[in-house]
Design a protein around this ligand. Sequence first.
Ligand SMILES: Nc1ncnc2c1ncn2[C@@H]1O[C@H](COP(=O)(O)OP(=O)(O)OP(=O)(O)O)[C@@H](O)[C@H]1O
Length: 204
Amino acid sequence: MLEAENLECVRGERRLFAGLGFTLSAGELLYLQGRNGAGKTSLLRMLIGLLPPEDGEIRWQGRPIRSQKDDYHGALCYLGHLNAIKEELTPLENLLAAARLGGTTLPEDDAIDALEQVGLAGREDLACKYLSQGQKRRVALARLVVDRRPLWILDEPFVALDVLAVDWLAGIISGHLQRGGMAVMTTHQPVAIPAGRVRELRIG
Ligand SMILES: Nc1ncnc2c1ncn2[C@@H]1O[C@H](COP(=O)(O)OP(=O)(O)OP(=O)(O)O)[C@@H](O)[C@H]1O
């Protein structure tokens, strides 16, 4: 279970939010909503432990995340709105490297299957700098196909995807929730996630 209690966020001179709280259990999805600049990405950065809250506390499985950094980071998969892929590496190399950084070993055949699922069959060995924006996004999203960590934190995951890919990703997130996973997600576009309990939290 992920819990946030009485969170306050100040950036520069501005207080973006205060008194913010939620609870997220297995199989639940939290949609963060709010206008541009409301503080959604700032909240996600707090949830992954990169931005300490001005006030309040975030707990994972009942314990503050600041007291169990390794366990908590081992349980979460973060996908930022930048793709965090290495342009000089191929999609296959990027996916294998991301798994290693996340502390797991990914068999190469599984990585190739994941890239095929995201529509990159035949481009596994092309340096990512030669891919389109949408294809780069797909390389980043291929991580989700093979990720079995319980908590996904996703910043605008649907950006730059075509209609088919949006449906595909909604299915991947649904599968994660059905397996008892949890997800926190920002998105400016309404996307139907057909499985799991969906909650909404509006900031600002
Ligand atoms: N390091 C920083 N120093 C000062 N202000 C910052 C910093 N980082 C972000 N901000 C400000 O905090 C506010 C919230 O930014 P944030 O990225 O969290 O918004 P958001 O809700 O994710 O917006 P969007 O929908 O446009 O992505 C913005 O006004 C931004 O300029």
